[in-house]
Design a protein. Structure first.
Length: 167
């Protein structure tokens, strides 16, 4: 049972969604975005963003204010609905990978997408370190550039933004 008797919009009460928040405050003008997922209601998730996380940090750093709940709800759109939790996680990861929203800040490695997991079978036999160049451009992950290994065999690299350096 809810405390408020005000009608709830269908969007606010929706669960198991991928959502996109576009900041339209001040100089952002819709150019700053955040993509996230929630298995609770969208309203409850926005209440959480109002007090902590990347959207809260964006508002306090850029706009010097706490984000108003109604603005968060009005500037958020549902981009996907999925009842299966695993599929919801994958959909969020794909959306973030291809849309590259500017407000999202990854706190820890989340290798929910198999294509984002390290592939140790292709590592060179010598000691190596990863050097990440610019963020990846959207592309088909199965058709990375072809290079030749030390033994002369062709290797397909699905992560062209990762360069192997040897010592």
């Amino acid at each position: 049972m809810r405390n408020s008797t005000a009608p709830v919009s269908p969007k606010e009460a929706t669960t198991n969604v991928i959502y996109k928040f576009s900041c339209e405050e001040g100089r952002c003008d819709g150019s700053s975005n955040y993509i996230g997922r929630t298995s609770t209601t969208l309203r409850r998730r926005m209440q959480s963003h109002r007090n902590q996380g990347s959207i809260f940090q964006h508002f306090t750093d850029i706009h010097i204010m706490k984000p108003p709940l109604q603005k968060l709800l009005n500037q958020t759109e549902i981009i996907h609905k999925e009842n299966d939790l695993r599929e919801l996680q994958i959909s969020e990861a794909v959306s973030i990978t291809y849309q590259r929203p500017s407000i999202n800040v990854q706190q820890a490695a989340d290798f929910i997408l198999p294509s984002a997991r390290p592939q140790y079978r292709n590592t060179p036999p010598v000691q190596h370190h990863l050097q990440v160049e610019d963020a990846p451009q959207p592309r088909n992950q199965l058709t990375g550039p072809v290079t030749r290994s030390r033994s002369g065999h062709q290797e397909h690299h699905p992560y062209p933004w990762i360069k192997w350096t040897t010592h």
